[in-house]
Write a protein that binds this ligand. Sequence first.
Ligand code: ADP
Ligand code: ZN
Ligand code: ZN
Length: 746
Amino acid sequence: MSSTSPRSTSPRVLGVAVPSPLRRLFDYLPKGAPPPCGWVPGLRVRVSFGRRQVVGVVMECRDSSDLPLARLKPIEACLDKAPLPLDWLWLCRFTARYYQHALGDALMHAMPVLLRQGRPLETRTRERWRVLPDHESSSHTLARAPKQAQLFTMLCQHPQGLTSQSILAQGFSREQLRSLEAKHLVELLEEPMNAAEWPPAQNLLANPALPLNAEQATALNALCEGLGRFHPCLLHGVTGSGKTEVYLQLIEAVVAKGRQALVLIPEIGLTPQTLGRFQQRFRAPIVALHSGLSDLQRLDAWEAAANGRAAIVIGTRSAVFTPLARPGVIIVDEEHDSSFKQQDGLRYHARDLAVARAKHHDIPLLLGSATPSLETLHHAQQGTYRHLRLRQRATRHAPARLELIDLKGRPRHGGLIAPVRDTIAATLEAGHQVLVFINRRGFAPTLACHSCGWMADCDHCDARMTWHRQPPVLACHHCDRRRPLPDACPKCGSADLRPLGSGTERTEESLAETFPKTPVHRIDRDSTRGKDALDKILTEIRRGEPALLVGTQMLAKGHHLPHVTLVVVVNADAGLYASDFRALEHSAQLLEQVAGRAGRASHPGRVMVQTMHPDDPNLRLLAERGYDALAESLLDERRIAKLPPMCFMALLRLESPREEHVMTLAKEAADALRNHLEQHQLKVDCLGPVPAPMERRQNRYHMQVMLMAERRSQLHEACAWLVHWGEANPAMRRVRWSLDIDPQTL
Ligand code: ADP
Ligand code: ZN
Ligand code: ZN
């Protein structure tokens, strides 16, 4: 908090946050006339910083500085007439503090690119020309100007008016328009872009809401009771249980009160389908923040949300930073999805920021999932979140159970054993579609020499290179390095090089051979690179002809595939014995999501899961009693092991191309931290340093130090100290280091 009131209009010093990793403000002197709002926090200014000119944000207006005023530089210019939205400014401050991140960097991350570049924030307008309602008769005034007469006739046919853009596109000129204006025949209107008005409350819906089943109605009632205050709820229901319908009706209630809804969805979930469902339901203006927007469209969307012109804002992770004029509800769909956590730079979790934001605005928060994260389930069990359940599918069929299929000692073709292939054949015979899930793209996870055992390792990572067929290369999925396929083993010269394991390409190839009459669609990051590639495949699949779908998690999430009745999981074992304590949770969520693709429409589904460990107790629990039962058991384990969510965690990550630098500094940091913890009697455990799970990545060495505490405040104190120590210690500049608060992967 700044000691001066934000209203002070003639401060002598401006504390400015600039884009820099340094966790402090930089002081400048105000220059020129103050903007109409006076000098206040939230104004963007251009300042010279080092040898560069940068855009920064005024955060404090003070009368003193730690430096003599004579040594401060004046700002170059103030870029705004009014401060950036205050709710946004609050969120950036909160984020920087919570994640121990440099405020300037957080602010820049959270604003649209064009604002970062210094572009003014103003409502962009569009010009519209319209015939004046009481214009004088035009026949004689335009007798000698046929082109103008033609233009006038056209405008008469469009009493609402036409935009300048569309008039010029018809071959008329600006001069002709100005002449008509001078003759008092037409007028020019300037209106904001995205100016769609909110329709009146009784007219919000373009299509009627569905009548809710009993569980949905109970959930909606509970949610509507909490409108107008902080009211966090978990909407916990299997895929297809009608969660989205509940969101839509909750949004309707919020928008009817003149408030805005912010909806966050996973990266993979913002499909034209999802968006279409919102657009079909509401007449109220919706802005969608997706990766296809231009910088200008993104700025417009931001501005429309900040101004209250947008009623509904839908977007992925970074949309949590969208300012809202009249926030009414925040909804996070598939709250467990890992794409909500940013994995580099500002490592925030959009779901967790959504919680903080809802609390700040004092509005309800709805987290929806079929497979809630253990964090959220823990809150629900503790009673801090209301637990709303949808146990039935809104459509007829119960979700399919997982059948575990033993892989041990059975020959595989393209990753699939004979009985599974037989079931696929029978399903196709019956006229249905089959989804084969394999979470590895490429032809094979690697290439191996059958004579000497050589395997294609990446030179820059502790990882194998994946064999791709289309186009034929060896590629590392961790650093993107590519190599041509060798003709012979680089170690022994043997030509007997073979694929090891299966990826999507190999499974696709093998299925195409076995079922030559059935189309096989492969859906992974490689096959869907083109702009509409995925949409094309999905449209084809939705026609409902028998087909085989081979895909990665891209296909497992979000898409409604009504004709799929058999789902095959090629290998369920990735998460079973991983070192990361969250691996099993994530892998169970994914399996349940994949299984949810089976039998959504008129036919019941079947899910066959191949595994080398059919007796694994966790896998059996998931198969026999479902995700909720497994989640309960995992929560018990975490309680005993004192792991999140029963404690709080942070990770100091260090990396450098020089192994000895990372080793030495990681140890130094851990020692210094332990010393500090002891001196201040902080109840924080410090573990490590240990090498990161993939120690060498992109030719850089990675080490980490783990901090765990039962109390968040103590962890926070320790982290703040550690960051301070790191910044003050010049040796730490030899490595790249960062602090990950609430890390999702180790
Ligand atoms: P979820 O978001 O939980 O996966 P959806 O809201 O997408 O579930 O619902 C699944 C399907 O059931 C959709 O086709 C939806 O239109 C339909 N549905 C949802 N609620 C109802 C209802 N109350 N009555 C009839 N159909 C419904
Ligand atoms: Zn060899
Ligand atoms: Zn690599």
